[in-house]
Structure formats: C-alpha cells, structure tokens
Design a protein around this ligand. Structure first.
Ligand code: KG4
Ligand code: ZN
Length: 342
C-alpha cells in the first residue's frame, strides 16, 4: 500500500509518500522557524496561514520527487492531533478532501505515535516490545510499547516538556527560537564543570519528570553573570548551555534506565525533536550498554516534525484495515494511551 502522509501540527509542513513494500519514496519539509523566530516562539495564526500557502506546492514536489502521479496512491494519512488546532485543520481538511476526491481511504494519525514509530523508518529497526522516550516541544513521556496502539504511560513531565525547557532556557540567554539546537551548539564549546545544575526528581521514585526548577536555576545563573546592559559573554552562554544540557540529559537517562529495569525490556527508542540531541544519544548509548540493552533513534530530520513519520504510522494502521470516516477530526489534546490497538 502506498500512502501520502501530511503533517501540519505545529510550525513544520511535512509531506511524504511511504510504500509498505518499498519504504519511503519521497519526502519534503518546509520549516516556518525563521518566520516565528522573530516572535521568540510559534504564533499559531501565522502557522496556519503558512501551512495553507505551502502544503499543496509541497505535495506536488513530493509526487515529482517520487516520480509518481495521483493515481499511484492508495490512501492518505494526515495528523489529527495533538497540536495547534488551526494548523491541524489545514492538513486534516486538505488530506481528507483529497482522499474523498480521489475515492481513497484516509486516516487521522496521532502526531506522537508518528514520532514513536519514526525509528522504524531506519535500517535495523527495533521490534516490539520496547520502551519509548518521547521528547518533543510539547511532550516528555516514557511509554511502554507492546505494539502499535498498545501504549502504557510510565512517566511524563509534570510541567514543561524537555524541548520547551530547552527553548525557554535559550531565550533567557538571548538565543533564538527554537533554542534546542542552539543550546546544543553552544554546549559543545562550554565548560561542563563551571556550573552544576540540579537533577530534578531523581531522588524520587517513579518515572515522572519536572523541568521548571531547572528553568529557574538557568535564569538565576544567567542573571548573576549579566553585564550592565544585561548581556552575557559568549563563554558564559556556552558554559550555562553545557550545564543545562548535562542536567536534562542526565535526568532523562536516569528515568530511561528505570523504565528499562521496570519493564525488563532490552530496547529503548528515543523520538521527538530532542532525540536529535547528540549528547543525549551519547549518554543513553552508555546507559543501555550497561543494561545490556539497545538504543534506537531516527535520522535527525525524522526526529523533528516531518511527513515521513505520519505516512509510515498511517500506513501501518491502514494496512490493518483501519480508516477514518468523512468527518474531519482534529484534537489539540489527545492522550496517546487512548489509541486503538491494531
Ligand atoms: O518534535 P518536534 O519537532 O516538535 C514537537 O512535536 O514539539 O520538537 C521540537 C523541539 C523544540 O523544542 C526544539 O528546541 C527541540 O525539539 N530540539 C532539540 C534539538 N533539536 C530540536 N533540543 C535539544 N537538542 C537538539 N539538537
Ligand atoms: Zn513533533
């Protein structure tokens, strides 16, 4: 089955074609980050309008790249939620309407299920069951995964998501949006021992996270080192970035280890924008080796939002006979553990 996938839940327009036999046939992404950077974060109304402008040309581009025409597609998958309601409506209405016009089945996909399955687009994919750490701009969750749609939430952030914490910490240091990649870049030149940040919640049992204290610690540290104009020198930014990244990565690694021990599973997958973080990958690699387990992740461009993960996740459900009806459903909030198993 050949599926056209559409992702428009936030500030990235993503389109891809996935074939259940041949794999990924084409994918394209248009990122709005430059437009939102001016405002220091995503402006929902601007995001929706830009998806309207970019989606159809991007779909055309993917068909051309894959050397396919509309008649070669068997179904359409689009992100139904969670995400920004206006942004979701662009992809969902376009996807659903195209499927109706072409007489094809369509399916609304859960954005985080897309992220969770993205490592399966790579060579040597993980096999069920496994533990998944979902770390994006809106979610930080540890999930026991027994199969597609068989998700048990083991822990989650009680306040900010990991990506959100990266973005807010970056802003405090005068870095642009999105802050995650910029913190990672500055951290590489940082002295990881100059500042020691707390590791939130590690002395408490369980697998929940909290990042708001770390945010306050970042702000206080930054404020103690600002010059008369309120600016930080480059080295201090790098050193705070390094200490912040180290604290987040450490906390995530400790909870992932607990999840592996709790489930007895030997595979850990990481997904979502923050899973592109090199330091996180390195630290988790060391941890899983000690646990005699294996780590899986997607290539960096499939860690952040993309159309390929939606085409892939939709394809798995469509092949199993699931599909959505003609009502266009968008859900800004949609708990992952309420999904239907295959
Ligand atoms: O999954 P994603 O693209 O969108 C959501 O579904 O939220 O994740 C975006 C988040 C942003 O907060 C961004 O700062 C963070 O992922 N991010 C990173 C890195 N790349 C993206 N955080 C840390 N290190 C990175 N290399
Ligand atoms: Zn995402």
């Amino acid at each position: 089955m050949r599926v056209l996938g559409i992702e428009t839940s936030c500030d990235e327009t993503g389109v891809a074609i996935y074939d259940s036999e041949k794999g990924l046939l084409g994918d394209a992404l248009y990122s709005q980050v430059k437009m939102h950077a001016e405002y220091g974060g995503v402006v929902p109304e601007l995001a929706s309008r830009d998806h309207v402008r970019k989606l159809l040309p991007l779909i055309d581009e993917v068909f051309a790249e894959a050397k396919l025409t509309k008649g070669d597609i068997d179904a359409v998958a689009y992100t139904s939620g969670p995400g920004l309601i206006g942004a979701l409506m662009v992809g969902a209405s376009t996807g659903r309407a195209m499927a109706m016009a072409w007489g094809l089945p369509a399916i609304g996909v859960h954005h985080m299920e897309g992220h969770l399955l993205a490592p399966m687009l790579e060579e040597n994919p993980p096999e069920f069951p496994f533990v998944a750490l979902l770390v994006s701009g809106g979610h930080t969750q540890l999930v026991r995964v027994d199969g597609i749609g068989e998700y048990e939430l083991l822990g989650e952030s009680l306040d900010d998501a990991a990506g959100e914490a990266f973005d807010k910490a970056a802003k405090m240091m005068g870095l642009d949006y999105p802050g995650g990649p910029l913190i990672a870049k500055h951290a590489q030149q940082g002295d990881r021992s100059r500042f020691t940040f707390p590791r939130p919640m590690i002395d408490r049992p369980g697998m929940d996270f909290s990042f708001s204290g770390l945010k306050t610690f970042t702000l206080n540290t930054a404020n103690q080192h600002r010059d008369e104009d309120g600016n930080l020198d480059h080295q201090t930014i790098c050193d705070i970035a390094a200490a912040f990244e180290e604290a987040v990565v450490d906390t995530l690694a400790i909870k992932c280890r607990r999840a592996l021990q709790h489930t007895g599973f030997k595979q850990l997958i990481i997904a979502g924008g923050v899973s592109a973080n090199q330091r996180l990958r390195e630290r988790l690699e060391v941890m899983v080796n000690k646990e005699r387990a294996q780590l899986f992740y997607a290539r960096p461009e499939f860690c952040t939002d993309n159309g390929a993960m939606i085409a892939f996740a939709g394809c798995q459900r469509l092949v199993a006979g699931q599909q959505s009806d003609l009502t266009i459903v968008t859900k800004p909030r949609w708990p992952l553990d309420t999904l239907e198993p295959l």
